[in-house]
Design a protein around this ligand. Structure first.
Ligand code: 5GP
Ligand code: MG
Length: 189
């Protein structure tokens, strides 16, 4: 045990994330979505979605934007296996191409739940984009159409993602640690 304050190790830095977001936007534009509705899964994807949506604009797309607030983790860091809708989308998705944006694809339950919901409501096509994918963790079968980075099997924070409501403001993705490694970054909180 140590009483050292929490520190952060940077996994994906700001410039690397921004470069990748623009590559993803170009790839999404190549899929030629029609009548595109972006649905960002709150809360964790808000920063990724904000950057990706602006990159989609620069890639020549004019998406409408919606949010769905889903919860499977609550305040814990272990998935409960259940997905709840805390706030639903307001737009009609019938006949539209939807781009579902989430922060992390882990068990796949969140993304499968959201994709099935939107397909059942009559979306023409549901594409999925995630910032991070943790391989080997899937409990249900789903692959995201667009993946930012493959993520090691560690609990990450920052760039919208939290632990206990903290760290969402960070412009990079990092790992909270109490180790004394040389490349550690002082936690801002
Ligand atoms: P899944 O339903 O695929 O198991 O879980 C995906 C959701 O779990 C993500 O949208 C995210 O909210 C949460 N999650 C999974 N891994 C992490 C992690 O390492 N850090 C944080 N902050 N959230 C995670
Ligand atoms: Mg989430």
């Amino acid at each position: 045990m140590t009483n050292a304050p929490p520190r952060l190790r940077v996994l994906f830095d700001e410039a690397t994330i921004q470069r990748r977001v623009h590559e993803l936007a170009d790839a999404i534009a190549k899929a030629e979505p029609k009548d595109l509705l972006v649905v960002a899964v709150l809360k964790g994807s808000f920063m990724f979605a904000a950057d990706l949506i602006r990159a989609l604009h620069r890639a020549g797309l004019s998406p409408q934007v919606e949010f769905i607030h889903l919860s499977s983790y609550r305040a814990a860091t272990v998935s409960s296996g259940r997905v709840e809708i805390l706030r639903d989308v307001e737009s009609d998705v019938r006949g539209r191409d939807v781009l579902l944006i989430d922060d992390i694809l882990e068990s796949g339950r969140t993304l499968v739940f959201a994709k099935d919901l939107l397909m059942a409501r009559g979306a023409r096509r549901v594409l999925t984009a995630v910032l991070l994918e943790k391989p080997g963790k899937r409990a249900v079968t789903i692959d995201a159409d667009f993946v930012g980075f493959v993520c090691p099997d560690v609990f990450v924070v920052g760039y919208g993602m939290d632990v206990g409501h903290s760290y969402r403001q960070l412009p990079f993705v990092g790992v909270v640690t109490t180790d004394d490694e040389p490349d550690l970054f002082e936690a801002a909180s």
